[in-house]
Design a protein around this ligand. Sequence first.
Ligand SMILES: NC(=O)c1ccc[n+]([C@@H]2O[C@H](COP(=O)([O-])OP(=O)(O)OC[C@H]3O[C@@H](n4cnc5c(N)ncnc54)[C@H](OP(=O)(O)O)[C@@H]3O)[C@@H](O)[C@H]2O)c1
Length: 314
Amino acid sequence: MKFATIGHLLAEKNVEQFPESWIHGNLIVSPELNVHGIKGYITGLTLTARQMMELPRETVRKHILDAALFLQNELGVEVIQLGALTTSVTDGGVWVVKQKEYRGYVNHGDSYTAAVTCQATLKALKLFQKNPYDQVLAIIGAYGVIGEAVSKILVPQFQHSILIGRRQEKFKKLEENVKGDFETTVELKTKEADIIVTATSHPTALLRSEHLKKNAIVVDVSQPPNLSSVICKQRPDVCRIDGGLVDFPIKIIIPGMPVGKNFACISEVIMQALENERENHVGSIDLNHLRKTEKWAKKYGYTLNELTNFGKAL
Ligand SMILES: NC(=O)c1ccc[n+]([C@@H]2O[C@H](COP(=O)([O-])OP(=O)(O)OC[C@H]3O[C@@H](n4cnc5c(N)ncnc54)[C@H](OP(=O)(O)O)[C@@H]3O)[C@@H](O)[C@H]2O)c1
């Protein structure tokens, strides 16, 4: 099954990272990749993160559908992965599945991302010899696709959790499905947390120094990142960790990505293609599927050996 990911630029200057031969109008398309014999493409819209969130939703969705149709009709792609904010603007990918012209499968890649985020969080605590049972966790973007799954898995393991979103009414479903000791809030109440997971669709950095407790750990899944390198420099006591990166045994070119690393979401669609699993994985995460992606990752050797900050080993 041929795969493709559809991402977008994080900032305008990022377009310079791509060879001119990759740019086809509104879409950046990598040369054909071969991963364990499976063919595919890494692609991205030329829209920035800000444009993804601020342009009229219908305009952005049209760009995504046009990309999906190009990949299906011109390149023979059968499964697409919605990278970065393409999931947020399509109701977790549900909107793409409803478009009749696109006949292939859709995966948001958030299931394996959520799994790796939980692994990174627990691994970081182990590294600092801390026990989740006496730690306060904050999750920003807690009722989002990744945030919901991470909340379900991690909250029961922590002393207390602060689940953060923007709209109080959207917490209802989360409150019914999460076990453990937690509160929900629309305030950025991270200052009380020992460890913070970010999984937001906020198009720029969100956390400032005053939001961070001394020696806080931040597992930053968001793309673009929610904790900037500038704040990391100002606050050397704070440990920022890339939330959704895995060690990847095959060399594929992903501009801006250190060799030997890959986004968990891209890894997920590659694994789906390798498994020839003809299903959609959109909307709320099925924890059984999430566990399956962990098994696939073990089988193909995609692991979280090393924690990194902006791609550099801690
Ligand atoms: N590293 C990786 O491999 C990887 C893979 C996939 C995704 N990602 C990144 O992970 C992030 C989350 O993805 P997702 O698919 O879970 O997105 P999502 O379903 O759209 O969830 C994002 C959530 O963030 C909330 N939010 C946005 N701005 C906020 C703010 N200022 N304060 C509090 N909450 C805020 C949104 O709330 P509302 O619904 O109220 O707007 C939404 O519920 C994105 O940045 C994406 O690019 C990374």
